[in-house]
Design a protein around this ligand. Structure first.
Ligand SMILES: [Zn+2]
Length: 379
């Protein structure tokens, strides 16, 4: 058993000072006020400890892509762990049904081992007119039988366009299997999106991006997703995909308990600018912005969750709200009830931030995975 003394921490009560977090066998055994002393006390100093980040939409990082198999996936997860992401869904972009099924089979052992919190299928059941960086050749109408054959391989979330033929039936099948149905890369109208939510959609995939832009007479899926209290909306807080005013407004309107900050990061994350690859398409990264090489679309991001948190705070979102959106809400949305907050009985997934909100240390299930000097270099 070890007790961590920290100057500040974000707990379910909010931002509190002088907190002792007791960790026993990977689990938080108590959270108390006041700074303890004793042989088992580790003083973390002037840091703010927040719950480990949960990224429910990420394709890769550190030059590795989750679609490249278990070894690359392990390294991509390790890259994001250095940035405070203690749980993530490995997002698999559109591919042929055979290739995608094979990817899920390959990655399933990592889900069973807890290296990945699950898999996220982003495609190929997407609307071509809102495809973003997805290869149009691969897109198709939803295939319920295929979905049922792969969901058991550790799949936790499926993004699809509900307006496609078979879309609503697929949403019902996904939901009945205990998997999260997400609306994304969709041209759904407001009414179609309302219908999709009734059928079971509980997540809006990178709200605004890959969707019909809201119009005051046809507000599209964006408003349907924002207004329904059952839905969590993903936001890419990189300052590129969304204007900071929009980011702050969505957090204010929906509240942090319904917003999940995501990275949508690709393998190029943490790598120098230049040419990279995403699901078979060439991607050019310029000043950290990833676009298809022909410039026709953004192609994911090079964001990490610590940057997402800082960008959100810089958009004038209260710090505690940003933390809830980075950790607590995505954990709850994915049914990861053993994590997402600093509270007794939960997994000891902790991130210590310096006064500038840079990562100083990361703990995953009670194991310290980052030393401060390393984190400084990587952040
Ligand atoms: Zn994505």
């Amino acid at each position: 058993m070890t007790t961590y003394a920290c100057a500040h921490a974000v707990t379910p009560e909010g931002l509190v000072d002088d907190v002792a977090i007791e960790v026993d066998d990977g689990i938080i055994s108590s959270v108390t006020r006041g700074l303890p002393v004793g042989p088992d006390v580790v003083d973390l100093g002037d840091v703010t400890v927040v719950p480990g980040f949960v990224d429910m939409h990420v394709h890769g990082g550190g030059s590795y892509s989750f679609s490249e198999g278990p070894q690359a996936a392990t390294r991509a997860a390790a890259f994001h762990l250095q940035h405070g992401t203690t749980s993530l869904l490995a997002s698999l972009a559109s591919a042929s049904l055979d290739d995608l099924a094979e990817q899920t089979v390959q990655l399933r052992p990592l889900v069973d081992a807890g290296v990945l919190a699950g898999l996220h299928l982003e495609g190929p059941f997407l609307n071509e007119c809102r495809r973003g960086a997805h290869n149009p050749v691969l897109l198709m109408d939803p295939d319920v039988d295929w979905l049922l054959s792969v969901l058991g391989n550790g799949v936790k979330m499926v993004t699809l366009a509900p307006e496609l033929e078979g879309g609503l039936d697929s949403i019902r099948a996904i939901t009945a299997a205990g998997v999260v149905a997400a609306l994304g890369h969709s041209d759904a109208t407001y009414e179609q999106a309302v219908e999709a939510i009734e059928a079971g959609v509980r997540v809006g995939t990178h709200l605004f991006n890959g969707m019909r832009p809201p119009h005051h007479r046809e507000p599209g899926a964006v408003l349907a997703l924002m207004r329904d209290p059952r839905v969590t909306v993903e936001l890419i807080s990189d300052g590129v995909h969304l204007h900071r005013a929009l980011l702050a407004s969505v957090l204010l309107a929906a509240g942090p308990s319904r917003v999940a900050l995501i990275t949508d990061a690709i393998s190029a994350t943490g790598m120098p600018d230049g040419l990279h690859e995403l699901a078979g398409s060439q991607v050019r990264v310029t000043d950290g912005v990833a676009e298809l090489a022909d410039g026709s679309s953004l192609a994911g991001s090079t964001l990490t969750m610590d940057d997402a948190l800082r960008n959100t705070v810089n958009a004038d979102v209260p710090f505690v709200d940003a933390v809830v959106a980075a950790s607590t809400t995505p954990a709850r949305t994915l049914g990861l009830h053993d994590r997402g907050s600093i509270a007794a009985g939960l997994r000891a997934d902790l991130v210590a931030l310096d006064p500038e909100f840079r990562v100083r240390a990361v703990m995953q299930a009670g194991t310290l995975v980052t030393n401060p000097s390393e984190a400084q270099v990587n952040s």
